[in-house]
Ligand binder design. Structure first.
Ligand SMILES: Cc1cc2nc3c(=O)[nH]c(=O)nc-3n(C[C@H](O)[C@H](O)[C@H](O)COP(=O)(O)OP(=O)(O)OC[C@H]3O[C@@H](n4cnc5c(N)ncnc54)[C@H](O)[C@@H]3O)c2cc1C
Length: 248
């Protein structure tokens, strides 16, 4: 659910898609264990709050580029590792979206521990307005002198995602159903919660591969998807990783 500059995100309603999965799993074995991912007790481990900032002033992006010594779109994610919420910021290459007017800038951030109390705004992030999240971010960056200008020039829209990280929660191999559950002849399951051995979830590739598999298995048509790339067996990737670890 999304909030505004002056309102925190409203509480989320239970999702219809997970309710459908629960109904299927209750009625048939082999449809996995949705409670492992969508149980109410999982939320504190799976919640993120993300926020998108649209600003008509260049000062924030200029200051951050100076601080990180990287142009918008060229630096990596910037994690404020001492922030209780564990804030991370991304400064996109501008313009980021089609039709973005010149002189308008867009950046984005997220937090992995939004239920913790903020360091400057003494509330959990999921209870914060966009303005409060922006202020917490600016104060962590020690951009206090920019605060009034950035606040006046910016719209920060927070969005509460209570389940987003559940894809990565510890699980058993039977917690996610296969693309075609045993015995099914006219039903394929797609998306991030099907079991695709060795593939990495939370990616577009994961959903594309699942859909490809579903078509191939149910319609018995078309080639199999290519084998899943295994970076740990790729000498080039291993060398590149080593370079990063050694700071070369
Ligand atoms: C913050 C964030 C950052 C990400 N970053 C990356 C990244 O950098 N790289 C990457 O590869 N992946 C990334 N992902 C993951 C990627 O976005 C998803 O894995 C991917 O979009 C899932 O695709 P999908 O088609 O399975 O589902 P979705 O994109 O969720 O599409 C499902 C669609 O079904 C619709 N729908 C739901 N219920 C119904 C209904 N009852 N009737 C009709 N329609 C319905 C929804 O509205 C939606 O449009 C990110 C995800 C998030 C949240």
């Amino acid at each position: 659910s999304a909030g505004t500059m002056t309102e925190p995100p409203p509480p989320n309603r239970a999702g219809r898609a997970s309710a459908l999965w629960r109904r299927l799993a209750q009625a048939h074995p082999g449809f996995g264990n949705p409670a492992r991912f969508f149980g109410a007790d999982q939320i504190s481990d799976s919640r993120w709050v993300i926020f998108t900032v649209t600003t008509t002033g260049a000062e924030f992006i200029e200051q951050l580029s100076k601080l990180t010594n990287s142009e918008p779109g060229l630096g990596g994610l910037v994690t404020l590792k001492d922030s209780s919420w564990l804030l991370t910021l991304t400064i996109f290459h501008q313009p980021e979206v089609i039709g973005q007017p010149s002189g308008t800038y867009l950046w984005w951030g997220y937090s992995l521990y939004p239920e913790r109390t903020g360091d400057f705004i003494k509330k959990p992030m999921n209870a914060c307005t966009g303005a409060e999240i922006l202020e917490e971010t600016l104060r962590h960056l020690r951009f206090d002198q920019l605060l009034d200008r950035v606040m006046a020039d910016s719209i920060c829209v927070p969005c509460d995602l209570p389940y987003v990280n559940n894809i990565w929660l510890p699980r058993r191999s039977t917690d996610r159903p296969p693309v075609v559950p045993q015995g099914a002849t006219n039903l394929g399951l797609i998306g991030q919660y099907v079991e695709l051995p060795r593939e990495i979830a939370f990616t577009i590739e994961y959903s594309a591969r699942g859909a490809w598999e579903a078509i191939r298995l149910l319609l018995k048509r078309g080639p199999a998807p290519p084998p899943v790339y295994q970076g740990q067996d790729d000498p080039k990737a291993l060398l590149a990783t080593l370079r990063v670890f050694l700071g070369l």
